[in-house]
Design a protein around this ligand. Structure first.
Ligand SMILES: [Zn+2]
Length: 168
């Protein structure tokens, strides 16, 4: 039984769907990031820009199925975490078999793009920024626990200030 199934998404194009139930915190898949793109400016025309991922050191990789089909949602059910040399997708909450797997694309990100969102969740932002710190403050606060460890470490002071600004 496949843990992740690719089929048409209600959000955008193809999506990745849970092929089984996942418990909160369970590992869904390990991302293959071994396909390094030598020259991102001269790509094969069949390569879609949204299938590329740029790392902090400027390395560009081509993502593959099934992870490349994980769509964004403003109310996601999965998150990414770097564990040693592994880059993994975990369940943010219990996920039922057949649910579409989604992440929040702004989380742990630092890109200058903005993306129109059609995720359909009740609190959809409409426009999703490619940088966590361009999210509305209340959304930043909501997603701090889901930032990857390296991102939290890199922005430790900025995140502490953000938490300190909360009014209780
Ligand atoms: Zn949305």
């Amino acid at each position: 039984m496949d843990c992740v199934i690719i089929k048409k998404s209600h959000i955008d194009g193809l999506g990745a769907f849970a092929g089984k139930e996942f418990a909160k915190g369970e590992l869904i898949l390990e991302i293959d990031y071994s396909d390094v793109v030598d020259d991102p400016n001269h790509l094969d025309p069949s390569v879609k820009p949204e299938h590329l991922e740029t790392f902090l050191d400027g390395t560009v990789i081509l993502m593959h199925a099934p992870e490349v089909y994980i769509n964004h949602s403003c109310e996601p059910n999965s998150y990414l975490r770097t564990i040693g040399e592994s880059w993994c997708v975990y369940a943010m909450r219990a996920i039922k078999k057949g649910e579409e797997l989604t992440h929040h694309y702004s989380v742990s990100n630092f890109q200058n793009w903005n993306m129109k969102c059609r995720c359909g969740s009740a609190n959809c932002l409409g426009i999703v920024p490619g940088d966590f710190f361009r999210l509305p403050i209340n959304i930043q606060l909501q997603f701090i626990p889901w930032l990857d460890d390296w991102y939290q470490e890199m922005h430790r002071e900025r995140l502490a200030a953000l938490i300190g600004e909360q009014v209780f």
